[in-house]
Design a protein around this ligand. Structure first.
Ligand code: PLP
Ligand code: COI
Length: 362
């Protein structure tokens, strides 16, 4: 139970139902927002306080707010789903609460107790339940985040923070829907170095990745793939997703967590689901050169990206400055589809929840 008292100030003029229905018809990703937000303040000495649910609106910030200068910010991303009986569920939200604490710790920020994080997202999903889209690709993407807002230009951990949760009605992340995506292997840029913030979900990681992601788009690719910073050899992850490889002997691999990649909750769930199915998955380094050689020889059958936004998305084409190669037939593969179905069926409450991953909001 959260020890905070959440004060509710419902929106005095929420979006009318017909306007909302229009927005939900084809929401895309991250452009349609629900009516409310949750905020919780932190100040040194006082701790977490002033928890509110109120109408989503612009926030006023002082130009000397620390986050605007030194990027002390962390965030999370998870989805709420509509159930057949009109309820709402979330997938492993405590894992997001835990990762949020760990990200905060790395960024020298105060840790929000997991119970407060969970209560905040439950409250938002409850009040904005009508913003969860119907259909198999629709969900309410929940974005909890926290930033430093002490008014001070000295470089040090802030003494004040604001935690906010907003929600966005979403469809598929990629425009191509379930088709395979193409990825660009960034020759010049890396995402995270040993000792850096790669394992934390902080805005700064994404800021540093944008130039490489833009380069990927320039080369006609949907996502960028980062190689490790030390040797520029090992495949780490995509701009916003983890990656798995499927081999012709039935085994799979995924890059190991080592501080430079984000410990994805989808990644961890797929490792468990693969194990349930008796599929051998190695958490093992895989080089770009080997990837190319194995795709050419047929040893590599499939590859896919995974994450909350992307769910499970097959990778069909890999492009680099020296040329490109296809994986399998350039589309999706049987193993990718099998694991995707297993995951989505649990998320959508169509399969038994053996691992107790589903949190019922109401
Ligand atoms: N890697 C990066 C860089 C991400 O932004 C994400 C998305 O959250 C992931 C991996 C996948 O993490 P999760 O499965 O917890 O969404
Ligand atoms: C997520 O999957 O939640 C992410 O943060 C990825 C981002 C590209 C939207």
């Amino acid at each position: 139970m959260s020890k905070l008292k959440f004060v509710r100030h419902p929106h005095p003029a929420p979006t009318p139902a017909d306007k909302r229905a229009q927005l939900l018809a084809n929401p895309g990703f991250g452009r349609v927002f629900s009516d409310h937000m949750v905020t919780i303040r932190y100040s040194e000495g006082k701790g977490w306080h002033d928890a509110r649910i109120e109408q989503r609106r612009p926030i006023e910030m002082d130009p000397a707010s620390a986050v605007l200068h030194y990027a002390q910010e962390v965030f999370e991303g998870l989805k709420a789903y509509k159930t057949a009986d009109g309820g709402a569920t979330m997938f492993r939200p405590r894992e997001n609460a835990k990762r949020f604490r760990q990200s905060a710790e790395r960024l020298a920020m105060p840790e929000l107790p997991e119970e407060d994080f969970l209560e905040a997202i439950d409250q938002l999903v409850s009040i904005d339940r009508d913003w969860i889209p119907d259909g198999d690709h629709g969900s309410l993407y929940i974005r909890p985040f926290m930033f430093a807002n002490e008014i001070f230009l000295g470089v040090k951990p802030s003494s004040e923070y604001l935690f906010i949760v907003i929600a966005s009605s979403v469809g598929s992340y990629f425009k191509s829907g379930a088709d395979a995506v193409s990825v660009w292997v960034s020759p010049d840029y890396t995402r995270a170095a040993p000792g850096g913030t790669g394992a934390a979900k902080c805005g700064g990681n994404y800021a540093a990745s944008l130039i490489a992601q833009a380069e990927a788009h320039k080369h006609g690719c949907d996502q960028v793939v980062f190689l490790d910073a030390a040797e520029r050899k090992w495949v780490e992850e995509l701009g916003g997703m983890n990656v798995f490889f499927v081999f012709n002997d039935g085994t799979m691999s995924t890059p190991p967590l080592g501080g430079t990649i984000l410990p994805g909750i989808t990644r961890s769930s797929l490792l468990t689901l693969a194990k349930d199915k008796g599929i051998k998955v190695r958490e093992e380094r895989y080089s770009y050169d080997q990837w190319k050689a194995d795709a050419g020889s047929g040893k590599l059958r499939e590859a896919f990206a995974c994450g909350t936004a992307a769910v499970v998305t097959p990778i069909g084409t890999v492009r680099a400055p020296e040329g490109e190669f296809k994986i399998g037939n350039g589309g999706s593969g049987a193993r990718t589809e099998e694991l995707k179905t297993a995951l989505v069926d649990i998320q959508r409450c169509r399969a038994p929840d053996r691992h107790k991953w589903i949190h019922r909001v109401f």
